[in-house]
Design a protein around this ligand. Structure first.
Ligand code: PNW
Length: 455
């Protein structure tokens, strides 16, 4: 099948995040983050796994970059650990922390790989959490200072800067249902966090623009929210609520429309939104050059009086029922539905026109098995998942969506947050006892896709 060709300048790559791969948790002056604390709290992470060692990427980055070059990656998305740069979250920078990213950027550039930076992928300095974390407005200001400090060191070589990864997860899983760090369970805290994360994004974007950063953006894990019954008005109402809490609460203010009235009314039933101050929406609407989208699975909802709702959607209980996942599933229990990605991209393009998009994460956890006697990992399911989703991406582009690139999640098996190391998303297998890397069949397949610029 050689009919699936991507645009000439389409950008291929892979993504990771600092806490999930680096290890070296106490080295070179790194301070503790909320994930160090959370992973040490009994019962929070599978079998008490932590990111203390992870993939030891901090020491093995040069080999990892060589592997990326071998795969033909044009870009590599990684995150900066805030507690390496400012161990307490504020104040003078720790030069040794910046040195690591300096070396990483140089080795990427030496191999012709474009660095794609995420400034915040969930590892908030613990000191800031001790003062309320993202529920505290000051964290947004500290974030902008931190962003500028990183840019001052790397801005001469890095063109692409994104502020936050998935603020939905930080706010609703971190402060709403407590499944992620810091583990708070409070609907009001979740909405405060949403606002302060967006404010931090806006302040950082404004400051980085003034500092001369070339391409600025943010990554959202947007949801393709679908009704169980397309003919039901109750289901349509449920879709509107969940879409509002997941997508529009971020996309509308980011693109200058301010918070949607229906979402604000919903939030106001749980908390007085006095944390939204005059002028904030203007800050949040700082122009961006790209929208990063992470997509894994669709979300099906029904409207039902007394519905159980979802813990990650404050206020959805009593009116919404989340349909259990059905059909083929990944090891996370997430539905495999590539058409959801096409729908999502077309929807964003239609409702928020003029915003170039990038798939900043897409991939799946599968029970790969171990490396076999021939040194191979036959991850056929992952190849099928990626093939299906790339066809879905291609379809969206064919229908006119301005999508610039695709980054697979993830380059390496890594610390999958609350699931610890038991869920493997990598196209490269990691043996955690030896730290040996073995490209899976999916890595060889992806290498081929990249070299042909198509399927
Ligand atoms: C994203 N959910 O996390 C993150 O950006 C990655 O760090 C992570 O490894 C990857 O997706 C796979 O999980 C999510 O519960 C975690 O809906 C949880 C959810 C969504 C995204």
């Amino acid at each position: 099948m050689s009919d699936v060709r991507f645009p000439e300048n389409f950008i291929w790559g892979a993504a990771t995040a600092a806490y999930q791969i680096e290890g070296a948790a106490t080295e070179d002056g790194r301070g503790p983050s909320i994930w160090d604390t959370f992973s040490r709290t009994p019962g929070k992470v599978f079998q008490g796994h932590t990111g203390d060692v992870a993939c030891d990427h901090y020491h093995r980055y040069a080999d990892d970059v060589a592997m990326m070059a071998d795969l033909g990656l044009a870009t590599y998305r990684f995150s900066i650990a805030w507690p390496r740069i400012q161990p307490d979250g504020t104040g003078p920078v720790n030069p040794r922390g910046l040195d690591f990213y300096d070396r990483l950027v140089d080795s990427l550039l030496a191999r012709g790989i474009d660095p794609f930076i995420t400034l915040y992928h969930w590892d908030l300095p613990q000191t800031l959490e001790d003062r309320g974390g993202w529920t505290n407005r000051e964290t947004a200001e500290h974030f902008a200072d931190y962003a500028v400090a990183v840019h001052r060191r790397l801005g001469d070589r890095v063109r692409t800067w994104t502020t936050l990864n998935e603020p939905w997860c930080s706010a609703y899983l971190g402060y709403g249902n407590g499944v992620h760090a810091p583990g708070t369970r409070d609907a009001g805290a979740a909405f405060r966090a949403v606002h302060h994360l967006l404010l931090g994004h806006g302040l950082a974007t404004r400051a980085l623009r003034a500092a001369g950063a070339e391409t600025l953006g943010i990554t959202l894990n947007l949801a393709d929210v679908q009704p169980v019954d397309a003919a039901s008005t109750a289901d349509a109402d449920a879709v509107r609520l969940v879409d509002g809490l997941h997508n529009r609460i971020f996309l509308d203010p980011l693109t200058g429309a301010g918070y949607p009235a229906d979402v604000l009314a919903h939030v106001s039933r749980m908390v007085t939104p006095d944390f939204i101050q005059d002028g904030d929406e203007k800050v949040i609407a700082a122009p961006i050059d790209l929208l990063g989208i992470n997509y894994y699975a669709p979300t099906y909802v029904a409207g039902r009086a007394g519905g159980a709702g979802g813990s990650a959607y404050p206020g959805s209980e009593g009116s919404v029922e989340f349909a259990p996942a059905s059909g083929p599933l990944t090891e996370m229990g997430w539905m495999i539905e590539p058409a959801g990605l096409t729908r999502l991209l077309e929807r964003v393009a239609a409702d928020y026109p003029g915003l170039p998009m990038f798939i900043t994460e897409n991939g799946g956890a599968f029970p790969d098995g171990e490396v076999d006697a021939e040194g191979r990992v036959a991850d056929t399911d992952r190849v099928a998942y990626l093939d299906g989703h790339l066809r879905a991406v291609h379809e969206a582009i064919a229908r006119g969506v301005d999508l610039r690139g695709y980054l697979v999640w993830s380059l390496l098996d890594n610390f999958e947050w609350a699931e610890g190391y038991r869920k493997r998303f990598g196209i490269v297998h990691v043996d955690y006892l030896t730290q040996r890397r073995t490209p899976k069949e999916s890595a060889r397949w992806y290498q081929e896709v990249i070299s042909r610029n198509g399927l």
